[in-house]
Design a protein around this ligand. Structure first.
Ligand code: HEC
Ligand code: HEC
Length: 416
């Protein structure tokens, strides 16, 4: 696997910088008695990480500017327009509370649409949010080929869950019939990712973007026909989560709330449309060419493939196609591989209230990521919808510790 699960390097990474947010993690990683619930006090990351972050940020700005220029000559057909809109949305940092984190921040093209910050990949595995000292509990998946996942369902014959997005399948796709679209609604509102306190904030921010005309051209003029309260700016500049006494802090009329939700759906569907498009999911690898009899494996590649399908049995989960089936290198089920917890992840140190009074991980070092079982039992999720089907709840124990089989496409791409 590309990313070490137990990272000895984490010690040398954080050690010299004395980052207190990671104090508890450091204790655990270096084999000392684990400190519990070290208060996150750091507001800055090591200079070397900051440098890599700046590089990724300016690359995102460059791609956004280039895409904006292209959008001025947007094709008249709604489908390609939606794809272009989806790309603009995914490179737009204004969808995050501090206007510093686009989706692409954790999903860059040069690494096959997962994170491109090498030092983080080698150490923290997870990525910082718009509030920079908040890290999530998981590694960014690639979003390429994600829209090819079916909506989550329980296959009675196989006794298995199939489909959905996210490591724990919780973006089911049941509401929009599109798991990738429902996935795209989670990061903007996740306190440890893009951190907006209300879906209406995403809509409000979009209404002021230079590509608003394209959004309206694809989805209709009603998209932003909303009466905004006077305090909307202040509220949307306040990091999530909203107070539990006021979970939708942008106070809208019922009709405006409905419009905002539909526009938020349209945003998500556009993003999923871009993820599905040939620019992100092109089926143009050497493997595809070999399957199309347009290229040949080298002898080394051939023996790797034979192992993959033979003795290695990799294709039992990372399906490489079959009759009527495209090779996506996943069967959209979930497995428990027995991989141990990686105590070097900063999430374990996020057990106390941060500067905004938010506790990301109330369990501290006691946190265990239970994957699909956690979703079915509705525990531990930082974002997304709860288990929508009470009939699924009894399976929680059986699916504890299982994680979605990821696609292996682009898995070994590196920025440099
Ligand atoms: C701070 C980093 C970060 C940002 C920003 C981010 N993601 Fe992700 N992404 C992740 C992580 C981590 C996961 C896995 C999370 C989980 O399983 O709970 C993920 C998972 C996904 C998946 C699921 C892939 C699959 O096969 O199931 C898709 C699709 C995706 N992200 C797209 C997006 C989109 C669209 C946005 C912007 C709206 C976005 N991401 C913003 C880190 C990020
Ligand atoms: C029983 C099903 C199963 C089999 C068999 C299997 N895998 Fe996996 N694989 C998974 C799951 C599930 C994950 C994600 C696990 C996690 O994150 O804890 C994974 C993760 C991976 C990753 C990391 C991908 C990423 O995005 O970080 C690679 C690479 C990989 N597998 C390659 C292989 C190879 C090569 C083989 C054969 C030797 C193989 N797998 C056999 C289920 C399987």
């Amino acid at each position: 696997m590309r990313i070490p699960r137990t990272s000895a390097r984490a010690i040398s990474f954080f050690g010299p910088f004395g980052i207190t947010v990671l104090g508890g993690v450091l204790g655990a990683a270096s084999g000392q008695a684990p400190q519990t619930n070290t208060p996150p006090a750091a507001t800055s990351l090591p200079a070397s990480v900051q440098q890599e972050i700046s590089k990724v940020e300016s690359e995102i700005d460059r791609i956004e500017a280039q895409t904006l220029a292209r959008s001025r000559h947007a094709p008249p057909d709604p489908a390609p327009r939606m794809v272009l809109l989806g790309k603009l949305l995914m490179y737009d940092k204004h969808l995050s509370v501090n206007r510093n984190e686009a989706c692409a921040f954790c999903h860059m093209p040069e690494t096959g649409f997962t994170g491109a910050i090498s030092e983080l990949n080698a150490t923290t595995v997870a990525y910082p949010g718009s509030v920079r000292w908040r890290f999530s509990q998981r590694k960014p998946q690639s979003h390429a080929y994600a829209p090819f996942a079916p909506a989550l369902h329980y296959n009675v014959g196989q006794g298995d869950f199939v489909g959905g997005n996210f490591w724990d399948m919780r973006a089911t796709g049941l509401r929009l019939d599109n798991p990738a679209a429902e996935q795209a609604q989670a990061p903007p509102l996740n306190p440890v990712e893009m951190g907006l306190p209300d879906a209406a904030c995403a809509v409000y921010r979009l209404s002021a973007r230079p590509y608003r005309w394209l959004f309206e051209a694809v989805w209709g003029k009603q998209a932003f026909a909303i009466n905004w309260p006077a305090d909307v700016e202040t509220i949307c500049d306040t990091p999530a989560p909203a107070a539990s006494s006021d979970p939708l802090p942008v106070h809208l009329s019922e009709v405006d709330r409905g419009t905002a939700q539909r526009t938020f759906d349209a945003m998500a569907l556009s993003m999923a449309g871009y993820e599905r498009s040939p620019e992100v999911s092109p089926f143009s690898s050497k493997f595809d060419a070999v399957m199309g009899h347009a290229a040949k494996f080298t002898p080394e590649e051939q023996s790797g493939y034979d192992l993959f399908r033979g003795k290695g049995r990799c294709n039992e989960c990372h399906r490489d196609g079959g009759p009527g089936e495209e090779p996506l290198f996943t069967d959209f089920t979930a497995s428990n591989l027995g991989t141990p917890a990686n105590r070097a992840m900063p999430y374990y140190g996020e057990g106390a209230a941060d500067q905004h009074g938010y506790v990301a991980n109330p369990e501290g070092l006691g946190f265990i990521d239970t994957g699909v079982g956690g979703f079915l039992a509705w525990a531990h999720a930082l974002s997304g919808q709860p288990n929508p089907d009470p009939d699924w709840t009894p399976y929680a124990a059986k699916f504890k510790g299982r994680f979605r089989v990821p696609t292996l496409r682009n898995v070994d791409k590196r920025p440099y």
